[in-house]
Design a protein around this ligand. Structure first.
Ligand code: 3NM
Length: 226
């Protein structure tokens, strides 16, 4: 049985929310100026409605502690997903996970998490996007849109026009990621990205709240004038 959404016309509120989200925060403690918790607090205070906890350098215990605190910050204000670590997501009862092509197969992740949880999958092209939708992903992260040094194996940027190709092939929301900043985000949104991630452009800043607010304003402006 496809557990994706029992009624595609009436998906759970959290999943339909994904289409309405403009800016999507992904944490990176290695790049952050003020630390992950501060970044989450500031971004959510600025109106960010989705947070992905992406942590590659901490112990499981540290991650569970930090994820519990992020969940508390996000409560009633933002969707909270954990990158890769289904165990951590389960431990703190996060809203879902974001996984990559080489992580847990999505069908198994769905079984482990249950049908109410959100699962996002990273894809790099139309073929992977179609497969992600077929296997029950609730949204896809498409990247890397531009060249980036934040993720070492991200590969060359696929360009913002690829967002349009993917949007034309699937119905689930498309989150654009990789090398995006306030200057180059316009074609990203114009090509149909439902939401976008900018890690270094936000967490390397002295003022995460201001950067997040500005991204949200730019994205809304482009969406509303399109
Ligand atoms: N995933 P920045 S690119 C986490 O292509 C991540 O799937 C990518 O960071 C992908 O906004 C990336 O600093 C890093 O370029 C994005």
């Amino acid at each position: 049985m496809n557990q994706k959404n029992s009624d595609p016309k009436n998906p759970p509120r959290k999943i339909s929310l994904l289409k309405e989200i403009d800016f999507y925060l992904v944490t990176d403690s290695g790049l952050s100026k003020k630390g992950t918790l501060s970044d989450v607090r500031e971004a959510v205070d600025a109106g960010c409605k989705i947070v992905q906890y992406r942590e590659k350098n901490k112990s499981t215990k540290e991650m569970v502690d930090e994820a519990s605190e992020i969940k508390r910050i996000c409560r009633d204000r933002a969707i909270f997903l954990v990158n890769d670590r289904i165990d951590v997501a389960l431990a703190v009862d996060a809203d879902g996970v974001h996984i990559g092509q080489d992580d847990m197969p999505i069908e198994i992740a769905k079984k482990l998490l249950g049908p109410e949880k959100i699962i996002g999958l990273t894809v790099h092209n139309v073929e992977e996007a179609v497969k992600a939708e077929e296997s029950g992903a609730d949204y896809i992260g498409l990247g890397s849109i531009f060249d980036t040094s934040t993720k070492k194996d991200a590969g060359k940027g696929i360009g913002p026009a690829s967002i349009r190709e993917v949007k034309n092939a699937i119905k689930i929301p498309v989150v654009a990621i990789g090398g995006i900043n306030k200057e180059n985000c316009i074609p990203v949104v114009e090509n149909g990205a439902d939401s976008l991630v900018a890690i270094s452009a936000v967490v390397c800043s002295d003022d995460v709240k201001r950067e997040t607010r500005e991204f949200i304003e730019i994205i809304r402006h482009i969406k509303n004038s399109g």
